[in-house]
Design a protein around this ligand. Sequence first.
Ligand code: OGA
Ligand code: MN
Length: 207
Amino acid sequence: MKTSDDEIFDQIAETIGRDGWCVFQNFLSDSLTSQLASECITSWQQGDFRRAGVGFGAQRQVRPEIRSDHVMWLDPLQLSPIQQSYFDILESLRLALNRRLFLSLFEYEGHFAIYPPGSFYRKHLDQFKAVQYRIVTCILYLNTDWRAEDGGMLRMYCDPDDETSFLDVLPKGGTLVSFLSAELYHEVLPARRDRASITGWFKTRTT
Ligand code: OGA
Ligand code: MN
């Protein structure tokens, strides 16, 4: 993936415009993916993560029966060079989404996430009810050799009219999943080994 790969960004934007979601394998090169993965694991081992919460602002709560992953927010002003390359790629995707879908996305926020063995995230939408600035979710997986037996699948409920139909996505390194944050219900099934990702959102201005 080069930041000049506009065709790929346009293709992702077009797919989201048509279906509301897009799963794109090998979005990043193995080398960029593995460098991001090793930074994620190092920060995890250093204890830089905290338990993820649900809800926004004063409503935020740690509810391990709803989600039991751990996160480390990425400060756009203090990124490592490798993290900056990923943010630069997402910036090109943001421009393509605006160009193709007229979304007025103006900023990205994201975090590393680790699901240790046994952790999960129950079915939910990503947009908060109180503040609706999260418009498009982007998840990049950082796991090498992930197999179906390792669990931790992302279950996407792609058909809003049929609760029983879903698509399970393996969290394989380099795969990018993006979808409309207010519309697509999804959940993370229990992982059986540490499951790493960068999850984030393109936002609109809240006024
Ligand atoms: C989230 C989420 C999905 C995944 O963090 O909101 O749904 O596959 N993550 O990690
Ligand atoms: Mn989610």
